[in-house]
Design a binder for this molecule. Structure first.
Ligand code: NAD
Length: 426
């Protein structure tokens, strides 16, 4: 049978994020005894847009940037997914992240399908003005896809509430009226939700708590190492610290710091989002990102990029629990080793779903123009995360599989059911 372009690319990019996503889907399909043709539908993204667009730079020059927006399977609702600004953004990675978003929304049972977008750029090397120009032009280029009923972007690596504000404004300017529900993760002043900024970290904290409880422990006194000190990593550190855990190590792209007696997280939070700042902290040993992953601790939270725990270092991981705050930090080879060693992995499509759950709350509030108090947002988020954790743990136990496969069985099954019930058009 002739291969599609995507299938050919998949075979040539063996270590790609998309190849990993496909491998995980195929494993879940096996447990679900999924029909082969349905599996083919689920393997393919529904649509992929590549845009090359010019941006006026501060020195008067013009630079051409490449951006992507991918929609995976639209069966369960409008497309939802973050926008990443990073020099290593690729179409392959964007595809994988879109597929993971589909399963994630289904695992926590919110009515969205998966999407992802990104621009190949280093936001740290752009001025605020250049970043705004780039964002407004990228959004204009992908405007045939986005909208409050079709595709609702959100923040991811390298983007933040200010970028979301420019997205909302650009889309609204084109429409001629204000459309807050076109994007989530916005500042509160323009229709953002209370609790959104810390939502992914709060979800990660709740997942760590539930995993520790499963092992007869609590967060109080548990030692935690966190890779990445951006939006997700810093909120996780703050909330873990507030819950009584001892955060012993954190890192950013330049490296990490470690103190087995615990770090002063309130002091370090002044560094959040500023790469290189945490290394100036005095009361700790400087370590590399690789060393951080292998520290003795109760909970390890990778909160930076994908593919950091692999077949090469999985044997050396000493944590009892890994909570995947980042998307795809543990490769399938590593998964097998960690499983054999009895390390509990709370998978990304569950562990970092707190962000999209509160993004969903933000969208609902924008559509109704009726806003909730932070306490209500946090309570609803924690309830949704706890319910999902126990559903996944139960499914894993019933099927005698790990938590990742438990989550995939739930997510893929819900999407497969919706796809089947809707039928194939025409
Ligand atoms: P961010 O840009 O705010 O922070 C990223 C952090 O990772 C920074 O501290 C940066 O210095 C560090 N980093 C970058 N490259 C690194 C490298 N090569 N090695 C070590 N550290 C590195 O991004 P974020 O929004 O916190 O996202 C982090 C992860 O969480 C990503 O995988 C993202 O997809 C995932 N995630 C984010 C959200 C959200 O709401 N922002 C939701 C779900 C999942």
């Amino acid at each position: 049978m002739a291969q599609t372009t995507i299938e050919r690319e998949r075979h040539t990019e063996e270590r790609s994020a998309y190849a990993i996503a496909i491998r995980q889907l195929e494993a879940a399909a096996h447990y679900l005894n999924l029909d082969r043709s349905l599996l083919e539908v689920l393997k393919h993204p529904r649509r992929e847009l590549i845009v090359n667009f010019p941006v006026k730079m501060d020195d008067g020059s013009i630079r051409v940037f490449t951006g992507y927006r991918v929609h995976h399977n639209p069966a369960r609702g409008p497309a939802k997914g973050g926008i990443r600004y990073h020099p290593e953004v690729t179409l392959d990675e964007t595809r994988a992240l879109a597929m993971w978003m589909t399963w994630k929304c289904a695992v926590v049972n919110i009515p969205y399908s998966g999407a992802k977008g990104g621009v190949v750029c280093d936001p740290k090397r752009l001025s605020v003005h250049e970043l705004e120009n780039l964002t407004r032009r990228y959004i204009t280029e992908i405007s045939m896809l986005i909208g409050p009923e079709s595709d609702i972007p959100a923040p991811d690596v390298g983007t933040n509430p200010q970028v979301m504000a420019w997205i909302m404004d650009t889309y609204s300017m084109h429409k001629g009226y204000t459309v807050p529900a076109v994007v989530t993760g916005k500042p509160i002043a323009i229709g953002g939700s209370e609790g959104r900024l810390e939502a992914t970290g709060r979800g990660v904290m709740v997942m760590a708590h539930e995993a520790l409880r499963q092992l007869g422990r609590t967060l109080e006194g548990a030692t935690v190492a966190i890779q990445g000190f951006g939006n997700v990593g810093s909120a996780t550190a703050k909330l873990m610290h507030q819950a009584g855990a001892k955060v012993v190590a954190i890192s950013d792209v330049r490296g990490g710091i470690y103190n087995p007696n615990g770090l002063n997280i309130p002091a370090l939070l002044h560094c959040a989002g500023r790469d290189g700042c945490i290394q100036a902290y005095r009361d700790a040993e400087l370590i590399t990102n690789e060393e951080l992953l292998e520290l003795p601790c109760d909970v390890l939270v990778p909160a930076a990029l994908h593919g950091v725990i692999t077949g090469h270092n999985a044997e050396r991981i000493q944590a009892r629990i890994i909570v995947e705050a980042a998307n795809g930090p543990v490769t399938p080879d590593a998964d097998e080793i960690l499983d054999d060693r009895g390390i509990l992995v709370v998978p990304d499509i569950l562990a970092n779903a707190g962000g999209v759950v509160v993004s969903y709350f933000e969208w609902v509030q924008d559509l109704q123009a009726f806003f909730w108090e932070e306490e209500e947002v946090n309570l609803k988020l924690e309830k949704a995360m706890r319910r999902s954790y126990h559903h996944v743990a139960q499914t894993a136990e019933q099927n005698k599989v790990n938590m990742r496969m438990g989550a995939y069985i739930i997510g893929v099954n819900r999407v497969a059911e919706a796809t089947t019930i809707r039928g194939i058009y025409p």
